[in-house]
Design a protein around this ligand. Structure first.
Ligand SMILES: O=C1O[C@H](COP(=O)(O)O)[C@@H](O)[C@H](O)[C@H]1O
Length: 269
């Protein structure tokens, strides 16, 4: 149970005393959205990120979720991926495979990872092609307002610099609008070669969750959520640019990550 919750123009805030409460509520949230999507569409199209997110999803491998979630209906994508081989320690696919996908009965044909034999540019184009085929068959829904894929759920972490997926502060990838997937060869965080969903794709999802823990990210959380002066450049905090057009944004924060929020003194006594 969240120690506090609130609705802000920047999405719904769920703040937890500790990681145990956060991960349990987060697992409930993912399981519920999976159930609703499967009821409504017959499938659940979910995009994962890398980093700390996967360890925060570990509860989903445990009962009751391991038994109650209809894993065979999941179609798994990555909101960003590092252009390395699938068995490389930096691979977001490997992280999710080891930490989640190998422990639950998701069908391997429903796991849509990048082609790791291609360059970053080619891998981005290839991943977008794959996604376009799956939108045609409505495995992934389509947004009526943007023509972009409409994922049932996109899960994002956030770096201490405010980056989400592989959209880094001030990087031109933030501005990409025509493509669904873009690539970087100069990521400020290693490894340098990556592919990433563009902001229009992230903001077309039915649901987006940003999951953040730890004091090192408190300033970025503040800059992403709190009211700022007009001069504040949102492109310097990509998480602030996550604003689903027709969907719902939820922040899952632990107390440390939320500690610099303007509202934190009211929300957290
Ligand atoms: O490089 C990346 O970093 C972000 C944040 O990672 P975290 O370990 O600080 O949570 C992650 O969301 C992204 O997928 C990954 O490629």
């Amino acid at each position: 149970m969240a120690v506090s919750g609130g609705r802000d123009s920047r999405g719904e805030l769920k703040i937890y005393e500790g990681l145990d409460d956060l991960t349990t509520d987060f697992a409930d949230y993912v399981a519920l959205l999976s159930e609703l999507s499967v009821k409504e569409r017959g499938v659940f199209a979910i995009a994962l990120s890398g980093g700390s997110l996967i360890s925060l999803m570990a509860k989903l491998c445990e009962t009751p979720y391991s038994k109650t979630v209809d894993w065979t209906k999941w179609h798994v994508f990555w909101a960003d991926e590092r252009v390395v081989s699938k068995n490389h320690v930096d691979s977001n696919y490997k992280l999710a495979k080891d930490g989640l996908l190998s422990k639950v009965p998701v069908l391997s044909s429903h796991v849509h990872s990048i082609n790791d034999n291609l360059s970053a540019e080619e891998a981005a184009a290839d991943y977008e092609f794959v996604l376009r085929q799956l939108v045609k068959t409505r495995t992934v829904d389509v947004s009526e307002s943007s023509d972009c894929p409409k994922f049932d759920l996109i899960l994002l972490g956030m770096g201490p610099d405010g980056h989400v997926a592989s959209l880094f502060p001030g990087h031109p990838a933030i501005e990409r609008k025509g493509d669904w997937i873009t690539y970087l060869t100069d990521s400020p965080k290693p490894p340098p070669e990556r592919i990433t969903f563009t902001l229009p794709v992230i903001n077309s999802a039915s649901n987006v969750a940003i999951v953040v823990a730890g004091e090192a990210k408190a300033t970025a959380v503040h800059c992403a959520i709190d009211d700022m002066t007009e001069e504040f450049d949102a492109a310097m905090v990509p998480a602030r640019m996550v604003q689903p057009t027709d969907g719902k944004l939820v922040w899952f924060l632990d107390r440390s990550a939320a500690s610099k929020l303007q509202c934190s003194s009211e929300l957290l006594e």
